[in-house]
Design a protein around this ligand. Structure first.
Ligand SMILES: Cc1ncc(COP(=O)(O)O)c(C=O)c1O
Length: 394
């Protein structure tokens, strides 16, 4: 061979960079006793009744391939759950696919829709997979800085961006949001839908944190604009099931059947055992998220109150389990420097906001999927950091 192997590979894949978050976390883990407030997953375990259903599935030899979209009983249970919780009406025969988490959902949806030259509108700061998923499909992410509008997309801005960017094929909406914790009310969603319905674009709505909404009832975009919406949801956050890898993609039947082709090529079907666990979660686990949500809410209140006392501000934490705090004005606004120094000097790990893209500068993301003890330690470490480290003051 004359060339190196990498030169034979797809440039758009080679160009994908290792995420800063992973590098930062590896450093945090290498510091013994560091308090880690970066975690993006529940610190609860999967409820026992779900674990038992999976064990029974193994013992009953439910260990074979299923149809690509997922076992019919499971899809019926998903449809019923989405109807009962969010008043959604998806036909389990044609409108739902079970995927290996929302992560595979985004991958399969983007693969099925995007081609060279397309654009994906991503309100920013944002969860970090959407941009690379657009990139390697030959599409370009168009990041919309939401930091001046309370980390929400306003109808005026949406209208203007869509008018001036006719190549946008997908509007990616994620609420409650990772990393900011903000969500949208029904009226706000309706105002966005009024604009979106005038354009030939899909709305891909990542509602993985829907069950963790504190300030008002979660309304799904699948309700607001069903004919254009591809809804993504799953069990990772609501039922503390990140390792099981379970998500759903729901939408118009003719679109779902195309996405199912990609899903089948990628996976054949998701794990049969996980499907049995998910069937139990969607049938008998309606209340599982409630107890967890109450605990998150208590942690959020303690952390939010403590941070305000220290001089931090944050957008309203409507949902998920993140606070997106602004570095107080009297300190240098370099969030990467702030987080690095905090980790080195106080052994407290929180993520720089700019790791989540445009609009995140000068902010830090703190996860409250953490014990009350760690929340107390986090507050006291931040307090002493602000007192001691005058060199960050401007
Ligand atoms: C907004 C958002 N979407 C999707 C995911 C991934 O979900 P899943 O575990 O279902 O792949 C995460 C995980 O942190 C997330 O924050």
């Amino acid at each position: 061979m004359k060339s190196d192997l990498i030169s034979l590979m797809k440039p758009s894949v080679v160009a994908i960079k290792q995420q800063e978050i992973f590098k930062f976390n590896a450093r945090a883990k290498s510091i013994p006793g560091a308090v880690n407030m970066t975690v993006g997953e529940p610190n609860f375990h999967t409820p026992d009744h779900i674990k038992k259903a999976a064990i029974a599935a193994i013992e009953n030899d439910q260990t074979h391939y299923t149809v690509p979209e997922g076992d019919h009983k499971l899809l019926v249970a998903v449809a019923n759950y989405l109807h009962d919780k969010y008043d959604l009406n998806y036909d389990p025969e044609t409108q739902i696919i079970a995927t290996a988490g929302v992560t595979e959902g985004v991958f399969s949806v983007f693969n099925a829709i995007l081609q060279d030259g397309d654009e994906v509108l991503i309100p920013s700061p944002a969860f970090t997979i959407y941009g690379p998923d657009a990139d390697f499909n030959g599409a370009s992410p168009v990041y919309l800085d939401t930091s001046k509008t309370g980390f929400k997309v306003t109808p005026e801005i949406l209208s203007e961006v869509l008018r001036t960017n006719p190549r946008i094929k997908i509007f990616l909406l994620n609420y409650p949001s990772n990393p900011t914790g903000v969500s949208y009310t029904e009226d706000e969603l309706q105002a966005l839908a009024n604009i979106l319905k005038e354009h030939d674009i899909f709305v891909v709505s990542d509602e993985i944190y829907s069950e963790l909404t504190y300030n008002f009832k979660h309304v799904s975009f699948g309700n607001i604009l069903p004919e254009q919406t591809i809804l993504l949801n799953g069990l990772s956050k609501s039922h503390a099931m990140t390792g099981w890898r379970f998500g759903v993609v729901c939408g118009p039947a003719e679109v779902i059947s195309q996405i199912n082709k990609i899903h089948e090529l990628a996976t054949t079907s998701i794990t049969s055992i996980t499907q049995y666990a998910a069937l139990e979660a969607y049938t008998n686990g309606y209340d599982d998220p409630i107890a967890m949500r109450e605990q998150y809410q208590a942690r959020r209140d303690k952390l939010y109150g403590g941070l305000k006392d220290l001089g931090f501000t944050a957008p309203d934490p409507d949902g998920a389990f993140y606070l997106f705090i602004k570095i107080p004005e009297q300190y240098e606004q370099d969030d990467v420097k702030f987080a690095n120094q905090l980790l080195e000097e106080e052994h407290l790990a929180i993520l720089p906001g700019s790791f989540f893209g445009i609009g995140g500068e000068g902010h830090l993301r703190i996860s409250y999927a953490a014990s009350m003890e760690n929340i107390s330690e986090c507050l006291s470490k931040l307090g002493s950091f602000l007192k001691e480290y005058k060199n960050l003051q401007v």
